[in-house]
Design a protein around this ligand. Structure first.
Ligand code: UD1
Ligand code: CA
Length: 459
């Protein structure tokens, strides 16, 4: 494993025209995380595998790419952003980060922001290859359909001689199936000298990073190829490719979850996020969507058709079917949330039950409280959100409306169908029902009168 310092440069100045979007291409999401963040995470995990090594991260963006910068800083607050003023090719993009390369000694890794499936272990493998004394190593892959990719020209010793872009390639070269993924690793020493010699006298009039190979060899600096699976370096240029990448990523996340002790009854119907954390002996039924920011403990059961985002589920929790956990939900140990229950910004304490048809928002529900069917926290008055506090062991009768701000004391009972607008003292019974009226025999008389009317009409 390399113990040299690492400089990672992610190229993200692409226009992404084929996405037909207002959003920069690298900010489109896969498993709830932007493609740029996937690439940065992968690079940083590859570094973390060798914690001794200091690493610096740079992202090259198009002008005015503020959102891109924000996304990059979520992964690496200290990331350096360089702007490529004009899009003149991959070598030109790398040179936008000249300042970072100039003051650096170690390995320089170049990645594309639109290649979100690249795995940390592959990046480590690429980098380790430089240990053998090469000036550069490129990540290559065999493709049954190499059209459009640069081809890797190697000799019988497996050394890389040059990379020829599709537009420059001879028919013979086009028949080569070993392609350039675009991921490079260089020794920093003499890198600027090589990059500065790259010209733009070619079919596209661009400064090709791939020309670095030939120029390096002319300086007796050797190059090599590390192979990986084609799938891993899939570049996303369209919504169709985005969908393909999403499926590949979902398959990986499902495999990882199952390997970690999660039972998925129908894996292909469960959608996970890149940051989903799940414990052991968790059961997830079909058709569940787990959005970003979800943490699930051990022995949790998530029944079918549930939807979760930014929620924490402690051990032994059960939710669903058809539960909706919105941001800010925290379900403590042993909580039970049943069908058609929506929870938002609420902490539900140990052993509490919300079994049927409820909305609990901006609330704190004490331990062992029982929230009856159809209970609604009326948290919003059209302008502001207000809190509801439900004490431990409280029993909320079915179809109650708790008009916030309001506090239900510990162990209190709320009569079914109540509209509670004032605080309820601990251990009290509160109800807001109009008294029941009983009229003996009324129903029979009512039916008799109406039946007589109908019979007359028919006659
Ligand atoms: C590039 C490679 C090709 C390789 C292919 C893999 C070159 C010359 N060619 O071709 O060998 O097989 O990728 O997908 O490097 N970018 C910038 N600024 C620029 C130009 C590009 O930031 O001025 C970024 C793009 O956003 C993109 C990446 O660099 O993420 C690749 O650029 P692109 O123009 O798509 O290169 P290809 O022609 O596909
Ligand atoms: Ca491309």
């Amino acid at each position: 494993m390399s113990d040299r310092a690492l400089l990672v440069i992610v190229l993200a100045a692409g226009l992404g025209t084929r996405m037909k979007s207002q959003t920069p291409k690298v900010l489109h999401k896969i498993a709830g995380r932007t493609m740029l963040e996937h690439v940065l995470h992968s690079a940083s995990e590859s570094v973390a595998a060798n914690a001794k090594v200091p690493a610096k991260f740079c992202v090259v963006t198009a002008p005015n790419a503020n959102d891109t910068e924000v996304a990059a800083r979520r992964v690496y607050p200290a990331v350096k952003i360089f702007t490529q003023e004009e899009r003149l090719g991959t070598a030109h993009a790398v040179l936008a980060a000249r300042e970072a390369i100039a003051g650096f000694s170690g390995d320089v890794m170049v990645l594309y922001g639109d290649t979100p499936l690249i795995e940390p272990a592959t990046l480590s493998r690429l980098r380790d290859e430089l240990e053998k004394g090469y000036f550069l190593a490129v990540l290559g892959f065999h493709s049954s359909n190499p059209t459009g990719y640069g081809r890797l020209i190697t000799n019988s010793q497996g050394e890389l001689l040059e990379i020829v872009e599709e537009k420059e390639a001879t028919a013979e070269q086009r028949a080569i199936t070993l392609c350039n993924s675009g991921v490079f690793c260089f020794r920093s020493e003499r890198l600027l000298e090589v990059l500065d010699q790259i010209g733009n006298d070619n079919a596209k009039g661009e400064y090709y990073l791939t020309d670095a190979v030939k120029i390096a060899r002319e300086k007796a600096l050797s190059a090599t190829v590390v192979e990986c699976d084609e799938q891993e370096v899939l570049g996303v240029n369209s919504r169709q490719e985005l969908a393909v990448a999403e499926q590949i990523m979902q398959t990986r996340l499902r495999q990882k979850a199952m390997a970690g002790g999660v039972t998925l009854l129908s894996p292909e119907t469960v959608y996970l996020s890149a940051d989903t954390q799940i414990g052991r002996d968790v059961l997830i039924e079909p058709n569940v969507i787990i959005g970003p920011g979800v943490k699930i403990g051990d022995n949790v059961i998530i029944r079918g058709f549930s939807h979760l985002e930014n929620a924490v589920l402690h051990d032994d929790v059960q939710i669903g079917p058809f539960a909706r956990l919105r941001p800010g939900t925290e379900l403590r140990q042993g909580v039970k949330v049943g069908n058609f229950v929506e929870i938002k910004n609420a902490e539900v304490c140990e052993g509490a039950k919300i079994s049927h048809l409820s909305y609990i928002g901006d609330a704190h529900v004490g331990a062992e409280a029982n929230i009856g069917a159809g209970t609604i926290t009326c948290n919003y008055d059209g302008f502001n959100k207000h809190p509801t506090e439900i004490g431990a062991g409280a029993f909320i009768g079915s179809n109650s409306a708790l008009v916030a701000p309001v506090t239900i004391g510990e162990g209190a009972y709320i009569g079914s169908g109540s509209v509670i607008t004032k605080d309820v003292p601990p251990a009290a019974l509160s109800l807001t029902r109009t008294p029941q009226i009983d009229r003996p025999g009324w129903a029979d008389k009512f039916r008799a009168i109406h039946k007589a009317g109908h019979d007359r009409k028919k006659a």
